[in-house]
Design a protein. Sequence first.
Length: 589
Amino acid sequence: MSGTITKVSGPLVVAEGLADANVSDVVRVGSQHLIGEILNMTGDRASIQVYEETSGLGPGATVVTTGMPLSVELGPGMLDNIYDGIQRPLPEMRALSGDCITRGMDVPALNREKKWEFVPVAKPGDQVGPGDVLGTVQETTAILHKIMVPNGVKGEITWVVEQGEYTVDTAVAKVKTDKGERELQMYQRWPVRIQRPYARKYVPARPMNSGQRIIDTLFPIAKGGTAAVPGPFGSGKTVVQHQLAKWSDVDIVVYIGCGERGNEMTDVLMEFPELKDPRNGEPLMKRTVLIANTSDMPVAAREASIYTGITIAEYFRDMGYDVAVLADSTSRWAEALREMSGRLEEMPGEEGYPAYLASRLAQFYERAGVVQCMGEDDRRGSVTAIGAVSPPGGDISEPVSQATMRIVKVFWALDSSLAYARHFPAINWLTSYSLYIDTLRAWYTEQFGEKYMQNREKAMHILQEESELQEIVRLVGQDALSAADRLTMETAKSIREDFLQQNAFVDEDAYSAYAKQFRLLDMVLEFDVACRDALSKGADMNALFAIPVREKIGRAKMADAKTFGADYDAMIAEMKQQIAEVIAGGEDE
């Protein structure tokens, strides 16, 4: 069915004569067959957002509806790949048209020529339903891709192909359903704006180890949780997102470059093939899907890119994998919503954003979670959603930040003053929070005993005390503080510099396992306890702060993780001995 364009306003096109079309249908616009999506319908009049540049398009041009909603292709070939916001493979498009992508290009998301080694799991006679595994494909050295029965298909398998190499559109099985026999390929399609189904949802109860000490110890996120990384320009949002993508202990990472600079995506493309996954030694790109819709690409496609990424993540979750979705940034996505809303002449909300901004954000973050997957076997998977927020001028009172804070359970507030002081990650420990502490407490206690959470609470208390003491120091100077308060300031400085601050250019410090984090913080707090005891016995405060082992504690985070356990025990013993010598020296005097 086709219609005729009556109005063009940037990425918004209005067409008449589409009475049989539906909202969310994908359409082809003009002689170049530009890709668009119907936003709303009034009689036979459709408002369409076009995902490509509309210059040269005018009234009278034809619009043809495909009758299908905006969907993604899900199957082997997505990993180690880079797509645009509507899942067009950028490397293949570049090979066809060069560095400048031609408008209207229609390239399949999954390569139809590449052959994959299919190993059947199901056999004729098996009763199968949505989510059941038909066979497997070793997509990359790191990930085994499970070919699943698509949603809505239930019945008896009548035929399964033998093990061998096949393309993604080759039929690999036939299922006899109530509506007749149906052929199943290695890929399936799914509308991006609809959440993929699951059997059951669970409360997230296991932390996602990011290797970043301020995140893992002070403000942890659970696998299947939600987090926001807000901060002003230059505070390190993208740096935090890249670190999470590199080191998080998830099986698959979906990185969405939504409206940010192109050079940031270039950094990912250059770094990830060279970096090794700490768990299996494979290049990080082997477990990564990149969605690139940078600031110089069409605005409307930026709005779709978030849904494309989360749908791909849900598909891998359905295989039983832990997936992290990193959106950089949801502010640029919200700006795309605002632009389209303005062109549609909708009633604006606060700061011009549409009134439905908060509900759209909630729809995105609500697709995270730990679930029992569809299918007979007891698979569990998770999607962890982490979105960067770029408030203008760093003002988190603006609508996107406020709406996000009401939805997510972890808030890593970035501070430009920390970033300018070269303190990375530049997460402010006084304004950040995590609401997963209580649900994760049982896991930390089981792994490391009760001392892990006790140390965390004590460190947070010391850092808050330091903030209060700094107000006094600014007024009357540090010399006016008591010895106990001076020790609090010294311990807080050690927590900040020796524990929270990390150097991404030093391999031993870029990533910290939980065991190393626990011992590093415990060492600093043991020093605090031992010094307080020494002060009560009359020891000289300045002599305590100057003991030689202090330098070793400061350098401990650079130590090799394999030998750190023995180093930790030796340093604790050395510290106690040197403090005892200070006490003894004070008694002699």
